[in-house]
Design a protein around this ligand. Structure first.
Ligand code: ADE
Length: 227
């Protein structure tokens, strides 16, 4: 999967994308992530990307005449394929992160994980000019929860992490994603609790059934423990 990220703060992604499973997924070419600094599309000497809102009020709004050319350039770059890069044939799915968007759930994560190409637009300040959405340059507005963050970078990282673990080959056998919280196989419920050694810890015991070796009983206990 190719993911293009449009952001004013590409440095924020260091860490989440350069460690552990997500780093491995990129090395294995299962994830192909490209950053685009929105500042480079800014206007004038100061590379302005935002402006004060019409109608007054506090905060700044990201300008359509900056964001739309940036989105179009990124689509074009992906379609053409820069030197040494693979060319994308299908259309990208363009996501904008905002608390006004549809709430992210596991079923949506699974649907998005099937796409070949995502473009993630991370807003800042009070958001983006509504005409970017109304004009059809965004396919989906996504929220990661009913709270307000300083920008779309953390939501983008949350989405990438959740999607990556659905891509075949990203998780090892040990980490496999099949029977886990919110999966269809667990009827979208939350997973059963887990225990490991020691059997007793500060007088707290592992449930007897898990030590019984009786697999059908264990399975029933796990089903009964779903939330
Ligand atoms: N930007 C700011 N807050 C957000 C949220 N809760 N979800 C997605 N994008 C956001």
């Amino acid at each position: 999967m190719r993911i293009d990220i449009l952001t004013l703060f590409p440095g924020m992604f260091t860490g989440p994308l350069t460690e552990s499973i997500l780093a491995r997924a990129q090395e294995a070419k299962l994830l192909d992530i490209h950053f685009h600094d929105l500042r480079t599309f800014g206007l004038g000497t100061y590379h302005q990307v935002d402006d004060s809102p019409y109608g007054g009020g506090v905060g700044m709004v990201m300008r359509a005449d900056v964001i739309v050319p940036a989105l179009e350039a990124v689509v074009q770059e992906g379609e053409k394929g820069k030197k040494g890069q693979k060319r994308k044939k299908g259309k990208p799915w363009r996501i904008y992160f905002s608390p006004r968007g549809k709430k992210l759930k596991q079923a949506k994560v699974e649907r998005l994980a099937k796409r070949e190409w995502l473009i993630l637009l991370c807003g800042h300040y009070e958001g983006i000019d509504q005409r970017i959405i109304d004009g059809g340059w965004i396919d989906e507005e996504v929220s990661i929860g009913d709270y307000v963050l300083t920008g779309g970078e953390l939501p983008a990282m949350v989405l990438i992490d959740a999607i990556a673990r659905q891509i075949p080959g990203v998780l090892g056998k040990e980490e496999s994603a099949a029977e886990e919280s919110f999966s269809a196989s667990l009827k979208r419920k939350k997973e059963y609790p887990h225990y490991t050694r020691p059997e007793e810890f500060k007088s707290l015991r592992v449930p007897d059934v898990l030590l019984s070796g009786n697999h059908s009983k264990i399975q029933q206990w796990r089903i009964d423990s779903l939330k």
